[in-house]
Design a protein around this ligand. Structure first.
Ligand SMILES: C[S@@+](CC[C@H](N)C(=O)[O-])C[C@H]1O[C@@H](n2cnc3c(N)ncnc32)[C@H](O)[C@@H]1O
Length: 263
């Protein structure tokens, strides 16, 4: 089976360039925001960690920048994500399980790129310096939104972070623009594993609350969807809800993000 055929058999979260001109058809095209994220251009000699790696786009990018070693953690079974109680065991878990397909995407990309990234089935809440050691740079991408306890998770990240952390996460665009100095978060917590949706100041405060010192934070940027992104079913009624408006913005320009570099 060719690489293109193997890629076609899997649902991809990330658009990843593989050898031979093959690009995975991701839900999101993170290639287009790579320059917005304050990652050091070279990571030579550094031990790095990617938290919530999915298909591994950011872990492979850390490796491409010359990291001495890269580990990546994720949860293989979406059942173990932080689901709101009423949504646990719902059809969405089965859908996500099929989409994640036991991380076949990561395995295919890993092999095709000849990568040495070490992937562990581990929750961010389980990060422990006794078992995984320390990392000079930790990348946390689009994860906090899915966590019931983002500050607790960032505290676990801090426990294994000996240098810098880059937190690049989803934020709410309008409260970021209207309340730039006030840390805010909208709580969803029903139906799907979507929890706290902060504004830009709120994301910065989450990072500070976990004990990090913020070095810099970007302005808003939009993480664009890729060719594999599920097509929504927007109705005028759904547009009246925050989730409907979020779906519209995602389809038009992508998911609003801010990236925070801290130590
Ligand atoms: C929205 S994706 C983000 C993928 C990637 N980090 C990025 O920035 O493009 C969220 C990822 O976090 C993972 N995840 C969810 N809960 C987690 C947890 N408690 N610990 C570690 N990873 C988790 C999911 O399995 C999924 O791969």
């Amino acid at each position: 089976m060719t690489l293109a055929e193997r890629v076609a058999e899997v649902e991809w979260y990330h658009s990843i360039d593989l050898p031979g001109g093959v690009t995975t058809p991701g839900w999101f095209d993170t290639r287009r925001v790579i320059d917005r994220v304050p990652l050091p251009p070279t990571l030579a000699g550094l031990r790095c960690l990617d938290v919530g790696t999915w298909d591994g786009f950011w872990a492979f990018e850390l490796e491409r920048r010359g990291a001495a070693g890269v580990a990546a953690v994720d949860i293989d079974d979406p059942e173990r994500w932080d689901w709101p109680a009423a949504a646990r065991g719902s059809i969405d878990v089965e859908v996500l399980r099929a989409v994640k397909s036991a991380n076949r995407g990561f395995a295919i990309a890993h092999e095709a790129l000849g990568s040495k990234v070490e992937r562990l089935d581990r929750s961010v809440y389980e990060l422990d310096p006794e078992t995984v050691g320390g990392f000079d740079l930790v990348f946390v991408g689009s994860l906090l939104l899915h966590l019931r306890d983002p500050v607790g998770a960032l505290e676990r990240v801090r426990s294994v972070c000996t240098g810098h952390v880059v937190v690049a996460d989803a934020v709410e665009a309008i409260p970021s623009l209207l309340r730039p100095r006030t840390p805010l978060a909208r709580l969803e917590g029903r139906g799907r594993p979507w929890w706290w949706q902060p504004n830009r100041a709120g994301l910065i405060r989450l990072v500070e609350s976990a004990g990090f010192e913020v070095v810099t934070a970007t302005g808003l940027y939009f993480e664009p969807t890729g060719p594999g992104h599920p097509k929504g079913s927007l109705t005028p009624r759904r547009l009246l809800s925050a989730a409907g408006r979020e779906e519209l913005i995602t389809g038009l320009v992508g998911v609003p993000h801010v990236a925070v570099l801290a130590r």
